[in-house]
Ligand binder design. Structure first.
Ligand SMILES: [Zn+2]
Length: 234
């Protein structure tokens, strides 16, 4: 622990604590109809308080929203002989986080994390001028729409910049949003293919099953290729 503290910049040691209570007033116990609008709201509120966030879905359908400075800097997590980054990582193992989960009315609400360390930051907050202002939701909608049209990254970037010339461009944010959406598209496509294949397979099975000879033939073939033993024959 001490060795980590030594490496962290003096900024962390001398930071002024900023109470997050007024932030919670604007974030907790507000129902949202979907996770996208909830997280957009959270990003905006956090930006007003001088920090940015990142999100992570979990298997139990909760979404965890962390301070962007969560975790250790790349230089410590995975030291490389020559530094890869142009600007040093700002990560300082900040523990601030909130949890977004669905309530009984099928609406989404933020709550505090059970961990008491999760309600404070361990670093200085950014001044409003330092924050790159949040993009209006239309920008994200356009990125999502164009990603769904399977446009190339440079085409999407050009189109968004042309349509919204006044926003302060943040390449990293653009790239993250695009990557997130492409990941969702891949997941949706896999689910859809699985559904179609299951349907086709059951139709095929019904046809084969109507004939005893066919059924025995298929079962024999599958046995030969090791389908029932969990792998091809040795
Ligand atoms: Zn933080």
């Amino acid at each position: 622990m001490t060795s980590n503290e030594d490496i962290f910049s003096n900024e962390q040691k001398l930071y002024t604590r900023v109470s997050m209570l007024p932030l919670y007033d604007r974030l907790l116990k507000i129902p949202f109809r979907d996770t996208v609008s909830a997280i957009e709201h959270c990003r905006n509120v956090c930006a007003d308080f001088g920090f940015t966030v990142k999100q992570e879905a979990s298997a139990n359908r909760n979404i965890y929203v962390y301070c962007s400075r969560e975790g250790l800097p790349d230089s410590q997590r995975n030291p490389k002989p020559t530094p890869q980054r142009k600007r040093p990582s700002k990560r300082c193992d900040c523990r601030w986080r909130v949890v977004l989960s669905e309530n009984d009315q099928e609406q989404w609400e933020f709550r505090k994390s059970m961990n008491p360390n999760a309600s404070e930051h361990n670093h200085e907050m950014m001044a409003p001028g330092e924050m790159i202002k949040a993009w209006p939701p239309e920008v994200n909608e356009m990125i999502i729409y164009l990603a769904q049209q399977r446009l190339q990254t440079h085409e999407i970037r050009d189109a968004v910049k042309q349509r919204f010339p006044l926003i302060s461009w943040n390449e990293r944010r653009f790239y993250n949003r695009l990557t997130e959406e492409r990941k969702r598209i891949r997941q949706r496509n896999t689910t859809e293919r699985t559904r179609r294949l299951i349907l086709l397979a059951s139709q095929l099975c019904a046809v084969v099953a109507s004939n005893e000879e066919w059924s025995q033939c298929v079962e024999g073939d599958l046995q030969r290729i090791g389908f029932f033993s969990g792998g091809p024959p040795a």
